[in-house]
Design a protein around this ligand. Structure first.
Ligand SMILES: Nc1nc2c(ncn2[C@@H]2O[C@H](COP(=O)(O)OP(=O)(O)O)[C@@H](O)[C@H]2O)c(=O)[nH]1
Ligand SMILES: [Mg+2]
Length: 435
């Protein structure tokens, strides 16, 4: 994903200059931080936020918080990463679920921010986690608003409550009563927007808030609008005391300013992001992962998470042991290929590994090769899989024939396997495999 790619590239450039040096002087840190500040401003980060950020990083980089295990430049990258995370983090990051259902989520925001779409996305997201959401049409001003909600709700396979152009405060109230009676445990209100903030809009939203006392008031913001989004966030928060934000259209060419500034300016967290026009294009907001992505260091956390889903920890441990003992066989390779497949496209996984993502830009990893290798291995006898050394000429021919491949392809796989084992042997004396 090209999230904040221009900012990532600038950071990469700044830090690549650092990593070539053995030791960093105070002057070098100062110069790097000057560039970081410019990069942040160019990404449309609020200038006070950028100033503070650079000040904090500089103090820590020059100060005494130095870890022995890192090189000075790694140290700076780590501090920047931690500080970026801190900038976006809050102890109220997660969606609050009410202990007495229904949980009421009120979405608000300017016209076109993505409220109606987000209602359906959020509905689908919550449904997947076992909830029973009800969407409520409280935008009565645009003629097509209700039918639009119905269309996206249908795609998300969630129900809609609507009372035509009746006063939205009344509709919201009735929807909650309906939800309680019918066993819906989450109510999501799709409110009306305006082109600009005005008193009429704020009053209506305040009235709804007063009447239904929402568990969450989430302001939906178009991330493409950069600093404007931050200004909108500030004034909505002043009037409504929102509980958090949803940043939409992060799939577009957004520079990142809104994501990086909002929490610092308002004190409230971003809870979700919209990353496309489809119902499934919603992601909870994880500051640490976004920070890693911005730095182009690979989204290690989500890689590990996905890997854990696919391979049980026990399996992973066994695999590592085998690598280290150099007893890794073709049978293990098959198991590994299977679990890799569950993790998603190889390309995605590789791009999340720190340091590899950038180097492999544009390089195609052919999943068909993996499929061919799988066929070849499946044509081996169990004995051959465990002990590839016995696979001599006649066996190679038999395997090629059995798998519908050529002897050259079988040879290539055997060679590749031998090389990986050789590499594993070299790693044997190190601390084991790490990301
Ligand atoms: N690319 C992209 N488009 C989005 C996203 N969220 C909403 N949109 C589009 O933005 C437009 C306005 O969305 P809508 O939900 O009607 O906004 P509302 O006026 O706030 O209710 C629609 O064309 C949506 O398809 C997103 O995350 N990514
Ligand atoms: Mg709408």
């Amino acid at each position: 994903m090209a999230l904040f790619s221009s900012l990532s590239e600038k950071f990469n450039h700044i830090f690549s200059k650092l990593t070539k040096r053995g030791r960093l002087t105070e002057l070098e840190i100062k110069e790097a931080m000057r560039e970081v500040r410019i990069a942040l401003l160019e990404a449309d980060v609020n200038y006070l936020v950028a100033k503070d950020f650079v000040k904090n990083v500089s103090e820590k980089a020059v100060g005494d918080e130095v870890l022995k295990s890192l090189t000075p430049s790694q140290q700076v990258i780590k501090i920047v990463r931690d500080e970026l995370t801190e900038l976006m983090s809050s102890n109220a990051q997660k969606l609050v679920i009410s202990s007495s259902p229904p949980t009421i989520i009120m979405l608000c925001g300017l016209q076109g921010a993505g409220k109606t779409t987000m209602c359906a996305k959020l509905g689908a997201f919550l449904k997947k986690s076992g909830k029973r959401p009800l969407l409520v049409a409280c935008d009565i001003y645009r003629p097509a608003a209700i039918s639009q909600l119905q269309v996206v709700a249908k795609q998300a396979n969630v129900d809609v409550f609507e009372k035509g152009t009746q006063n939205p405060v009344k509709t919201a109230k009735q929807a909650i009563e309906h939800a309680s009676r019918q066993g819906y445990d989450v109510v999501i209100l799709d409110t009306a927007g305006r082109l600009h903030i005005n008193e009429e809009l704020m009053n209506e939203l305040k009235d709804i808030k007063k009447e239904v006392k929402p568990t969450e008031i989430l302001l939906v913001l178009d991330s493409m609008t950069g600093q404007d989004a931050v200004n909108v966030a500030e004034s909505f928060n002043n009037s409504l005391d929102v509980s958090g934000f949803i940043l939409t259209k992060l799939d577009g060419d957004t520079r990142g300013g809104a994501a990086l500034s909002i929490k610092a300016i308002t004190g409230k967290p971003i809870k979700f992001t919209g990353v496309g026009e489809k119902i499934g294009d919603i992601e909870p907001f994880y500051p640490d992962r976004i920070a890693s992505r911005i730095l182009g260091m690979g989204d290690v956390l989500s890689l590990i998470e996905r890997a854990q889903e696919a391979v049980s920890e026990e399996q992973a441990k066994q695999m590592e042991k085998k690598f280290r003992e150099n007893s890794f066989t073709f049978e293990d390779y098959l198991v590994q290929v299977e679990s890799m497949k569950k993790m998603g496209p190889i390309q995605d996984i590789v791009s999340m590994i720190p340091g590899l993502g950038n180097k492999l830009k544009g390089v195609q990893i052919d999943e068909r090769d993996i499929q061919i290798n799988k066929c070849i291995i499946q044509s081996m006898t169990p004995e051959e899989r465990r002990n590839p050394d016995i696979i001599k000429a006649s066996r190679r021919q038999r395997i090629a024939k059995g798998s519908g491949t050529s002897v050259q392809q079988v040879n290539a796989l055997l060679k590749q396997f031998a090389q990986s084992k050789e590499m594993m042997k070299m790693l044997k004396n190190k601390k084991g495999l790490r990301f």
